[in-house]
Design a protein around this ligand. Structure first.
Ligand SMILES: *Cc1c(COP(=O)(O)O)cnc(C)c1O
Length: 963
């Protein structure tokens, strides 16, 4: 009896592993036999160099069931104490509209999509991002906006970088930051400035123009709540030919004059309080707007309007030639993964409430602040400022007593400025809350009555907003912000957009290097638990004990998995991790008196973020070539390392390489760089081919970032969020990012921050935590092995029809492979773009196109796709090959064939005219399996050139709808 029970438990234990891993045991057997091997172990032996195989297993422990995992995590989460937060400083409680919570944030149709590189099957999120840009443009009063940055503080750092690029004050090297900018923003900007070699001056706003500046940053309203009239400050800055940047609160902008209208060159901020939970610091979207004249310098992605082949309006990512993949060391910034899901939530919040609803919310917040202010003033409490939107700062000699009363009442104020405390009211604040605030600040028996105060301030016209700064223009007049205020309409709008997008809940997305694997539902569930979602990042650590437990466990697991000694979870994306890692390297060299080391070796196969990050850390990039097998050219490496030895800072190397092979020479690569005094930065984006089998630390690397949104199951969200923690060896640990408000355990005091929040995008860490817990040591290793099995199976099958560009030892690939389309292109004239678009007709998202080699497709099936799905993809590729053959044989001309007309929309196929060399049915249903679940692209092929020549980055004017 007891035996039977433990067996049952054992089966349950394995349950999650077999759900996460797509191929069944029978399918695995078939795949192995297609590869001519008899076991997974045999294949791994042929594939992974023996010299780097881990001898010991991971020490994560046994796999846990979904039920066990969630119940344990719930007990951890319940250690967090959700106090009422009036801390403000860029983070505010908000009501996430339930229609958005369930149908966007908790909906795989939205959260499992990729960055919209294939716009014909991404028109839904592109429209939503265009709404986000329109919202940004309207509230900021500027011409041009990007589709989200990582957080307010990094957006401010990007503003500084833009200022340096475009300012005509070419000799100036100082960036001024007003002292009443949010503390964490000053911190992140100062870190970035140090890397760029800029001087930063922090001082009273009025002193900006006293310095020799190329740019300045003001906060509107200030971190302590003053509604600063920035107009004169901006003019003073501009009189020095410097760029005026304003960090603004998005909710206040519903009532305040747009900084752009006051002359600002750049306006940025966080869109968090537009319906995105605080989540202990993130993820949230930052907005960023600037003048049209600076469009080529704008950081981050921009969505633009163009036309499709049939002349219909169609959306796409604009100016993709600015993408860092192409610009590499000339990139404006290193932003790749951004915050698309959260930008979409904020945009939907604006769509749902509309301009009137948003204004009402802002007015209500402002009214509560005004009631609070006049009540306090009537009792003789000294306020620091006589203007406010939502935040009051009290100058107090009884600060400690007040804070003690607040904590006893489970209420948090901002306390990090000496001799004062601040209270930010928010969308969730009620009348009862304001009474409680009076009780806390004044002690009970104060006799103030909120209703009476309300009448009084209304009669007296008290708002805290200077008359000159009251917004008087109309915003959000576009129909998208005025048509969906009923929940029925809103639900359908969200669904309509979702239906236009192909995400992982429809079919495999085999993007090489992006690891589009399962994002299990059980992993997602904790994200919206209030115990995780509703913490302010600067709440006292005692209130975040649940987070601390979860973060520490995740930290230790990642240490085990990577073979490093310490991990920082602060970076908000892989690219930010690269930046943080390079800073650690730089500081390490400086600490040894070798601060002159500034050369970064980067193999030609590297991802574009590598050189872009190196440039952000003021390193000089020296490119190392690759041989004809795709491996680092060791002769070239030896020569270049020796050549620059004196100044060698590091190498940035991706492993397995983006060519999809485990280079045999990787240990030697590390040795050569170390011999010349350099450090090894191993880009960990491809950790899905390492976990449990090898590790960067054991190979000999010093630092890596991981992409938790690739290997560790955080969904891509249509282009973000992400988490890019870095792992380091102990000698680099003292140089990891800290934070100026919350001291991050295990890091050195005084180290600057790379993100606004101490633990970055903390709210999505439970996803990776749950994945690791449910897989356990054994499951994680199996996942890596199965990713390798599937990639090799796919390679084997496709190689019968297409050349495979690179292979490693024994003719095997790692977790991805590159299909070379160039010979077919030469023979037929069909491009990789045609193949990518034709795949859409078959219901698939294209693999990664033209990276790392132009004219190729890089395919990564991951362990989560079943053999059935992989076979369907192979069938599509083989069928497309057959179509190309018909062009080569002359049966179809190069002008008239299903590839060049791909993708086919319903309107195209069902239109009244049809003069194609292939029939209508074949256009849309080229193989039988498509009919089961036909996905219709909603626009035909998009004209990129037209879109860039006629750049429109906000919702098209209403008239164009009438056309
Ligand atoms: C995805 C990726 C990156 C960048 O990561 P982000 O999170 O998008 O910033 C860097 N290197 C490689 C090899 C990648 O695949």
């Amino acid at each position: 009896m007891s035996n039977a029970k433990s067996l049952e438990q054992l089966e349950q234990k394995q349950d999650f592993i077999r759900r996460h891993i797509g191929p069944s045991p029978a399918q695995v057997t078939d795949m192995l036999s297609a590869l001519g091997v008899s076991s997974v172990e045999e294949l791994i032996g042929q594939t992974v160099p023996a010299a780097i195989r881990l001898e010991q297993g991971l020490s994560i422990g046994e796999s846990r069931t979904e039920v066990e995992t969630l119940s344990y995590l719930k007990s951890v989460a319940s250690k967090n104490k959700v106090f009422k937060s009036y801390i403000g400083q860029g983070y505010h409680p908000t009501h996430v509209p339930n229609v958005i919570l369930r149908n966007v944030l908790e909906n795989p149709g939205w959260y499992t999509a990729y960055t919209p590189y294939q716009p014909e099957i991404a028109q839904g999120r592109l429209e939503s991002l265009l709404n986000f840009q329109t919202l940004t443009i309207d509230v900021t009063g500027l011409d041009l906006a990007s589709a989200s940055l990582l957080d307010e503080a990094t957006a401010a750092a990007e503003a500084m970088a833009l200022a340096k690029r475009v300012s005509k004050a070419k000799k100036a090297n100082t960036f001024f930051i007003a002292q009443d900018v949010h503390t964490q923003t000053i911190d992140v900007v100062a870190t970035r400035a140090e890397q760029f070699g800029f001087d930063v001056v922090v001082g009273p706003a009025a002193e900006a123009a006293n310095h020799d500046i190329f740019g300045a940053l003001f906060q509107y309203p200030s971190t302590t709540g003053e509604v600063v009239d920035v107009q004169d400050l901006i003019a003073q800055v501009q009189s020095k030919k410097a760029i005026a940047c304003v960090a603004a609160d998005i909710m206040s902008l519903m009532l305040l004059k747009a900084p752009g209208k006051l002359g600002a060159d750049v306006v940025l901020g966080s869109a968090q309080r537009f319906g995105v939970p605080m989540g202990y610091g993130g993820p949230h979207a930052a907005f960023f707007a600037t003048r049209d004249a600076y469009k080529r310098s704008l950081p981050g992605r921009i969505i633009g309007v163009s036309k499709d082949r049939l002349g219909n309006d169609a959306l796409r990512m604009a100016m993709q030639t600015r993408e860092q993949h192409i610009r590499r060391e000339k990139a404006n910034s290193n932003i790749c993964t951004a915050q698309v899901l959260l930008a979409n939530m904020a945009a939907f919040y604006a769509v749902y409430h509309g301009p009137d609803g948003l204004k009402t919310i802002a007015q209500r917040i402002n009214r509560f602040a005004s009631i609070l202010a006049s009540g306090l003033k009537s009792k003789g409490v000294a306020l620091k400022h006589d203007t406010w939107f939502d935040t009051l700062t009290v100058v107090a000699d009884n600060k400690d007593d007040v804070i003690a009363r607040a904590i006893a009442a489970e209420v948090n104020f901002a306390t990090n400025h000496a001799g004062e405390y601040s209270i930010s009211v928010n969308e969730t604040t009620t009348r009862a809350d304001v009474t409680q605030l009076f009780d806390i600040i004044l002690g009970e028996g104060h006799g103030l009555d909120v209703d009476a105060l309300d009448v009084q301030i209304s009669n007296d016209g008290v708002t805290g907003i200077p008359a000159a700064l009251v917004r008087d223009d109309e915003i959000l007049t576009h129909p998208n912000f005025n048509s969906y205020q009923s929940e029925t309409e809103m639900l359908r709008y969200i669904k309509r957009l979702e239906n236009k997008d192909l995400a992982l809940n429809h079919s495999m997305i085999s993007l090489g290097s992006c690891t589009m694997k399962l994002n299990a539902t059980a992993e997602m569930i904790p994200v919206t638990w209030p115990e995780f979602a509703e913490l302010h990042p600067f709440c006292p650590l005692e209130q975040a004990q649940g987070y601390q437990v979860m973060i520490n466990e995740l930290h230790d697991w990642l240490v085990d998995i990577t073979g490093y000694d310490a991990v920082s979870l602060q970076p908000n994306s892989g690219a930010q991790g690269e930046y943080a890692g390079l800073i650690a390297i730089r500081k390490y060299h400086e600490s040894r008196g070798e601060g002159h080391r500034n050369i970064c070796l980067i193999p030609s196969s590297a991802h574009g973020t590598n050189p872009a990050s190196a440039q952000m850390a003021s390193m000089k990039v020296v490119v190392v070539g690759c041989d004809k097998h795709g491996n680092i050219d060791m002769e070239d490496l030896r020569a270049k390392a020796a050549d620059v030895a004196e100044n060698l800072s590091c190498i940035m190397v991706t492993y397995p390489s983006t060519h999809g092979v485990y280079e045999q020479s990787i240990k030697e690569v590390c040795d050569i760089v170390h011999q010349h005094g350099g450090q090894v930065y191993m880009d960990g984006a491809n950790m899905n081919a390492q976990v449990g089998v090898t590790s960067p630390g054991s190979i000999g690397s010093d630092v890596s970032h991981l992409n938790l949104h690739k290997t560790f199951c955080i969904p891509h969200g249509g282009g973000g969020p992400g988490v890019g923690p870095i792992g380091v060896k102990s000698h680099l640990a003292p140089f990891m990012p800290n934070h100026s408000i919350i001291n991050v355990a295990g890091t050195t005091e005084g180290n600057g921050a790379v993100s606004a929040a101490p633990y970055g995008s903390a709210a999505i860490l439970p996803i990776s935590w749950a994945y690791i817990a449910m897989m356990g040591s054994e499951g994680l290793k199996q996942a890596t092995e199965m990713a390798i099995v599937s990639a090799n199976y796919l390679t084997e099958k496709l190689s019968e029809h297409f050349p495979i560009l690179y292979r490693g030892q024994n003719n095997r690939v790692a977790h991805e492979c590159i299909v070379d389309l160039r010979p077919l292109k030469d023979a037929s004239g069909i491009t990789e773009m045609d193949v990518a678009k034709r795949l859409q007709d078959y219901g698939f998202h294209s693999p990664t196109m033209s990276f790392p080699v132009a004219g190729t497709l890089m395919i990564e099936p991951t362990e989560s796709e079943s053999k059935v799905e992989i076979d369907r993809f192979i069938e599509a590729m083989v069928s497309i090959k057959g179509e190309i053959d018909k062009i080569i044989s002359g049966e179809w001309s190069i002008e008239n064939n299903p590839l060049v007309f791909a993708p086919h929309t319903q309107a195209d196929v069902l239109g009244s005219e049809w003069d194609r060399a292939y029939d209508r049915f074949y256009a849309a249903f080229p193989v039988a399996s498509v009919a089961k679940d036909k996905f219709w692209p909603t626009v035909t092929r998009i004209d990129d050139v037209y879109g860039d020549r006629n750049l429109i980055c906000s919702c098209p004017a209403v008239e164009t709808y009438a056309e």
